[in-house]
Design a protein around this ligand. Structure first.
Ligand SMILES: Nc1nc2c(ncn2[C@@H]2O[C@H](COP(=O)(O)OP(=O)(O)OP(=O)(O)O)[C@@H](O)[C@H]2O)c(=O)[nH]1
Ligand SMILES: [Mg+2]
Length: 325
């Protein structure tokens, strides 16, 4: 499959850069899967990445994130911007994606080629953010999208992971007091640049906004709280403007560059860990190692201690190659 694709590498890249949806989708699949062909694509498009804003939206289930995202697509679209959406749906990537895709179509404001939507499977229980999301956003950037929105469900502590992916974090909550307490417990108060109290057709939203503002005033972050009614679109234009304004501010103060450096570091480390894990697995498949281990077992060796020794030996040998180079 890879060979076949490699024959058409240039075709794929050309299609991707000209904004062909089929080619973009194909490229994203390779990158999402961590396929070696995906790495070739990333290396090739890397120099063409402009650094468009990557904005994460998190919040409790049902807060209205998808409804808001669909409205934002319309809002950015009406300003002539092309928007890409990556939605991470841990429960049902297929139906979740269909729902959001339908919502975006329903707004009817943007033309088909102004928006690209993709639903992703999450990494599973311990992480609400899918692997390779940042890399996928680079592909979308190179393909000409002006902003990348990432929707992730707020499933608990793992929400802080969005900071390892997004330039700007938008936390979506509702006037529901219970929901918000849960959000605070999940650490959402520490991560947002912008807090959106959605479902503001509920009068309790003003109270919730005031409460959030008071809680945020004691934190070091300069977060802003806004109200929306995503179902009608009220307040969404202001949120879209604020997203761009905040990104601009982060850029001016150098904070955006700092965040991107942290994200870059995390991506490098994650790739290094995956590489090491693969090499170790390979090592354990060798017959030499299994016969050595069976003799250690007979000798009554402690497996944890043995594992640490293996790791040290492995890293020393590999490390000396790195140092020599
Ligand atoms: N009353 C009211 N309902 C809203 C508003 N925004 C969204 N909803 C409704 O809230 C429900 C959940 O909206 P979604 O946009 O699917 O919420 P979500 O946060 O994406 O949900 P998950 O992805 O499942 O976590 C839907 O029935 C929406 O129609 C709003 O401003 N007011
Ligand atoms: Mg949703």
């Amino acid at each position: 499959m890879i060979d076949e694709a490699a024959n058409d590498f240039e075709g794929l890249i050309a299609g991707l850069l000209s904004g062909s949806r089929v080619h973009i989708a194909k490229a994203l699949s390779f990158v999402e899967a961590g396929d070696p062909f995906g790495l070739e694509i990333l290396k090739r498009v890397g120099p063409l990445v402009r650094g468009v804003p990557v904005i994460g939206l998190v919040g409790p289930p049902g807060a209205g994130k998808s409804t808001l995202v669909a409205r934002l697509v319309g809002e950015f679209g009406s300003r002539g911007m092309r928007v890409a959406v990556l939605a991470v749906d841990p429960s049902s990537p297929i139906t979740g994606g269909a729902v959001l895709g339908d919502r975006i179509r329903l707004t009817g404001i943007v033309s088909h080629d102004q928006v690209f939507f993709r639903s992703l499977a999450s990494r599973g229980a311990q992480g609400a953010v899918a692997r390779n999301v940042r890399a996928m956003s680079r592909v979308l950037d190179a393909a000409g999208f002006d902003v990348v929105l990432i929707e992730t469900v707020g499933a608990g502590q793992s929400d802080v992971e969005i900071m390892g992916v997004a330039d700007l974090v938008v936390v979506v909550v509702t006037p529901d007091f219970g929901d918000s307490i849960q959000a605070v417990k999940a650490g959402l108060l520490e991560i947002g640049d912008l807090y959106v109290v959605n479902k503001s057709d509920n009068p309790a939203s003003s109270l919730m906004k005031a409460m959030l503002e008071s809680m945020l005033s004691s934190s070091k972050r300069t977060a802003t709280v806004m109200k929306t009614t995503a179902s009608t679109g009220e307040g969404v234009g202001e949120v879209a403007s604020m997203m761009l304004q905040k990104t601009e501010e982060l850029s001016k103060t150098g904070e955006l560059a700092r965040r991107r450096a942290t994200i870059f570091e995390r991506e490098v480390m994650e790739a290094a860990m995956m590489e090491l894990q693969a090499s170790l697995k390979e090592l354990f498949q060798s017959e030499h190692v299994s016969s050595w281990l069976s003799s250690e077992l007979k000798a009554g060796a402690e497996p944890k201690e043995l594992g640490q020794r293996v790791a040290k030996m492995f890293l020393e040998r590999k490390g000396s190659e790195l140092r020599a180079g």
